[in-house]
Design a binder for this molecule. Structure first.
Ligand code: BDR
Ligand code: CA
Length: 312
């Protein structure tokens, strides 16, 4: 097998973030150098705690978890307890983590890691607001050229918004950070709502988790809680499973299709703040800056999740 790909997971768990972390820790194709928590679904003290709970569910208390930024670059924090619950990870009672939170700030870990590893060998996997990544880029511009790729969950085009009519949550919470990342020149792969709203957690897709023991029960508890909100909201057979698409892409990019297009971030308008203005039809001459995915083989995606999480 080729060398596992070195990744940093930047995250605000979040039940879907949690499943993404499990998928990464169960997959030999990726080597998780560290997990940086960011304020998003809930404040950073909780996302940093939740990230460690998830590592312990996976039997991996050795994973390095760091707390990152407490608030977005220019705005007050908007959270999503209405989706994820007050803990950010409601759905099943889990013990407080025993594994330590690293002393170093998450942004410093990102900077130091990108400087220490050979250039072009570390991929960033953001699954929450882009505050940690953009802060690292602002503080240490020399690291930008050293990033292998950024594969992130955020934005929307045809599916427009889930937190406002125009914006997806991760981009909406910190559009200034998103603008820095989208303008950075780093190779960028984007999993927008257009993809994740096709990755629906139906009962049939949950069935295999019932035979997986503790880890399966935890995933079922999370999904049951997380989905209730989306099923009601969208009237669909199941809720979308957003963040694990990022890790699935690293394992099997052929599951996804999209277009290399220009994507700009709206930061000014009160009405459309955080919108990803995606030139899907190529109607401008703005230079492409992102591989913006539009479709997913959802059955293959859930097969992968089931197979991998069963090994934990
Ligand atoms: C994104 O927002 C969060 O609530 C989810 O964890 C996901 O990262 C979906 O819009
Ligand atoms: Ca998330």
């Amino acid at each position: 097998m080729t060398q596992p790909r070195k990744i940093i997971i930047d995250t605000d768990p979040g039940q879907d973030d949690a499943v993404a972390i499990l998928l990464a820790l169960a997959s030999p194709e990726v080597d998780v150098l560290g997990i940086t928590a960011v304020a998003g679904n809930v404040p950073v003290a909780l996302t940093a705690k939740n990230a460690r709970k998830v590592c312990e569910v996976a039997g991996r208390p050795d994973v390095l978890v760091y707390a990152g930024c407490e608030k977005p670059m220019a705005h007050t924090l908007v959270t999503a307890e209405h989706v994820h619950g007050v803990s950010g990870l409601d759905g099943i009672e889990l013990p407080d983590p025993k594994m330590p939170l690293q002393d170093q700030h998450g942004v410093d870990f990102i900077i130091d890691t990108l400087r220490a590893e050979p250039s072009g060998t570390v991929t960033l996997c953001p699954m929450g607001p882009l505050t940690n990544i953009a802060t690292a880029f602002e503080r240490a511009p020399d690291i930008i050229a050293r990033v292998q790729e950024i594969v992130l969950m955020g934005g929307a085009y045809f599916e427009v918004g889930n937190i406002t009519p125009a914006a997806e949550f991760n981009i909406y919470v910190d559009p200034e950070a998103a603008e820095i990342v989208f303008k950075s020149g780093v190779k960028l792969v984007v999993m927008p709502l257009d993809v994740t709203h096709k990755a629906l957690v139906t009962q049939e897709r949950l069935d295999p988790f019932k035979a997986m023991g503790h880890v399966g029960d935890v995933v079922l508890g999370w999904m049951d809680f997380f989905e209730r909100f989306d099923i009601e909201k969208y009237g669909s057979a199941g809720g979308p499973l957003h963040d694990p698409t990022v890790i699935a892409y690293l394992i099997n990019p052929d599951m996804f299709s999209g277009r290399f297009i220009n994507v700009e971030i709206e930061t000014k308008s009160e009405l459309t703040r955080g919108m990803t203005v995606a030139d899907w039809w190529g109607v401008t001459d703005r230079a492409p800056n992102a591989m913006f995915m539009g479709d997913i083989d959802a059955d293959a995606f859930f097969d992968l999740l089931n197979q991998r999480i069963a090994t934990l």
